[in-house]
Design a protein around this ligand. Structure first.
Ligand code: ATP
Length: 349
């Protein structure tokens, strides 16, 4: 176990900046998720920590010690990446035990530890199989067992569940979270899936365009997104963002206006999550629109309402579906309304 610190970590590839002076402290035992769209710099950050890539400038500290010049194999970390890269000619047991073999752990001690690691991921009954004889989820577990067999100081996981089907991903997510808490090993986990980030993380770091947009617990980033990027990225379906102008405590947008006391005059963007919008009779709410689609999700119905040129997601009860093209009003819960600066997109309040 170890704390990790990234100080002014900067990475360029030629003229391209993949990571812009990143500063981040990861606590000992923390499950930290790096979340962001494709190309934002997540994998680059991981490769830098692993030592597979050299920083252009800045420092990486693991357990309080600068490791910039430490080769990858001496950094005492285990990686689980998207392509699990199991050895096809080795059995499950041999795959899991491989890091121990490399570390010259004696054969008998190795067998015990392989069994223990396999048991943790519920693979102890398949030790003699080869990767070709396993399902995707089982292969994924073998990769995990191979990572935990050594009890390293740090786990680096880069989209380890992305090759699994939706159901298996949900199961593995819960297993991973449980396992990480049990082992209490510092874990840095990359995903572009915000649900995965919300469910796994102690804290989430949201990256975009090579920069940190926000760091916080899942609850913090959901309830108080720092800017319109985070607001639109976290939560599915996403928050509706409406640009407009505040004049004398009134917010005017393309298709209407609503009271917005306490905000300075000028351009602003208001945001409302699907669960913070109520359907009213046409003309009785803050916005007017027509139903674009109505989807039963099981425990709720997702209404998509066309308001001017925009589509607004609204979560209603399972029995509150509406017909397509039905006119509706929408009322925004004032206590839950998010307000962002119209120019910078930064949260106001
Ligand atoms: P994804 O989710 O698609 O894997 P990511 O957030 O992990 O994306 P990175 O792999 O970190 O993104 O890449 C960040 C940026 O740096 C991308 O625009 C990528 O094209 C660029 N990049 C990464 N590696 C190299 C390289 N070796 N040479 C040039 N550019 C690179």
């Amino acid at each position: 176990m170890a704390a990790v610190e990234l100080r002014d970590l900067h990475k360029t590839f030629g003229a391209y900046t993949a990571l812009e002076r990143l500063n981040l402290e990861i606590e000992d035992g923390e499950f930290l998720v790096l979340l962001g769209p494709s190309g934002c710099g997540k994998s680059t950050t991981m490769r830098l920590i692993a030592g597979l890539e050299e920083p252009s400038s800045g420092d990486i500290l693991i357990g309080g010690k600068r490791v910039n010049d430490t080769p990858p194999r001496d950094r005492d970390l285990a990686m689980v990446f998207q392509n699990y890269a199991l050895y096809p000619h080795m059995t499950v047991a041999e795959n899991i035990g491989y890091p121990l073999k490399v570390a010259r752990v004696p054969r008998t001690a190795r067998a015990d530890r392989v069994r223990a690691a396999a048991a943790k991921v519920e693979m102890a009954h398949l030790l003699d199989r080869r990767p070709g004889e396993l399902s995707g989820g089982q292969r994924q577990r073998v990769a995990l067992a191979r990572a935990i067999v050594r009890t390293p100081r740090l786990f680096l996981m880069d989209e380890p569940l992305s090759n699994l089907d939706a159901k298996l991903r949900t199961v593995m997510r819960a297993e991973l979270r449980h396992l990480q808490k049990e082992l209490a090993t510092t874990t840095i986990y990359v995903t572009h899936d915000q649900v995965e980030a919300m469910t796994l993380a102690d804290r989430i770091v949201i990256l975009n365009d090579a920069r940190i947009q926000q760091i916080g617990t899942p609850k913090e980033v959901y309830e108080r997104p720092a800017n319109t990027f985070v607001a639109g990225f976290i939560g599915g379906p996403p928050m509706t963002l409406i640009p407009g102008t505040v004049t004398a405590d009134r917010f005017t947008h393309e298709t209407g206006a609503l009271d917005l006391p306490g905000q300075p005059d000028g351009p602003a963007i208001i945001g409302a999550r699907p669960e913070d919008i109520r359907v009213t009779a046409p003309g009785a709410g803050d916005l007017d629109g027509t139903v674009f689609s109505s989807e039963l999700l099981g425990d709720a119905t997702l209404l998509t309402v066309r308001v001017g040129p925009a589509l607004v997601a609204v979560k209603v009860g399972p029995d509150d579906g509406r017909d397509m093209d039905a006119p509706v009003g929408l009322s925004l819960d004032r206590a839950k309304l998010h307000v962002f600066d119209g120019q910078t997109g930064q949260r106001r309040d």
